[in-house]
Ligand binder design. Structure first.
Ligand SMILES: *Cc1c(COP(=O)(O)O)cnc(C)c1O
Length: 238
């Protein structure tokens, strides 16, 4: 059986090259784009291989899955990102484990994180998830709802709102994805004009295996890559 570390290393190398090319193409520096390696397709026993291959920012979409995967890497320096929906009853257990929560999708969740962060004496970095494609099945703030709630965000003094996260429309193809990414950047630029002090919005988390180059061209600072990392592995989970 082929060595998973070798396979993932090769995939990671190719993805990093493609990110660098897309960045160069739009006059950006590749070091301004961080690759978050999404672990949801691999079992916990393969997570160390991902780290050995060179990934240092790891992302998980399900909180319980993140909890158990964190335990596989006790001695290693990695940054965990939660990229999927966070239920409010899972906030307390998740907060100490994560470097960044990409998926704050409601004011109620934001308030819960703020409260728990205050109890822990921390300021927790988060991104606001925007339902940029308007898909009724997706989580996230509606783009046109955000300007109105911006002043309320100042009340959450124990969160640092570092940017926006979105997924492109599922069926649209690359042109639609590119349009969605540009819309997220434009929204960010518009929100910045009136943003309170705890809202900096420097980060744009957008782009996955099928569309990360378009996202980088439109200003992504964090790309969340799953599938493309595991190509060639014997049996990645579906
Ligand atoms: C699964 C997932 C990804 C990675 O998707 P791929 O297409 O496998 O690269 C990125 N972001 C979120 C929120 C995800 O759930």
């Amino acid at each position: 059986m082929a060595d998973p570390v070798a396979i993932i290393s090769q995939n990671l190398l190719e993805i990093r090259q493609r990110i660098a090319e897309a960045a160069a193409h739009s006059g950006r520096d590749a070091s301004d784009v961080r690759l978050v390696a999404v672990t949801k397709y691999i079992s916990p026993d393969l997570v160390p291989a991902l780290v050995q291959a060179g990934a240092r920012d790891l992302g998980e979409s399900r909180p319980q899955e993140l909890w158990s995967k964190v335990d596989t890497l006790k001695e290693v320096e990695v940054r965990w990102h939660l990229v999927g929906h966070l239920q409010r009853n899972k906030v307390r257990r998740t907060l100490p484990l994560v470097h960044l929560i990409h998926s704050v999708d409601s004011l109620r969740l934001l308030a819960t994180i703020d409260r728990e962060a205050a109890v822990a004496g921390r300021i927790v970095p988060v991104l606001l998830e925007v339902n940029i494609s308007g898909d009724p099945e997706k989580h996230g703030f509606a783009a046109d709802q955000l300007p109105a709630i911006l002043p309320q965000l100042a009340e959450s003094t124990h969160v640092a709102i570092g940017g926006l996260m979105a997924m492109a429309h599922r069926q649209g193809g690359r042109d639609v994805a590119r349009h969605d990414f540009a819309a997220l950047r434009t929204l960010r630029d518009r929100l910045l004009i009136d943003a309170p002090a705890n809202v900096s919005l420097a980060e744009l988390s957008m782009g996955m295996s099928g569309d990360f180059e378009d996202a980088v061209r439109e200003g992504a600072t964090l790309v969340r890559i799953g599938r493309a990392l595991y190509e060639g592995l014997e049996k990645p989970r579906s």
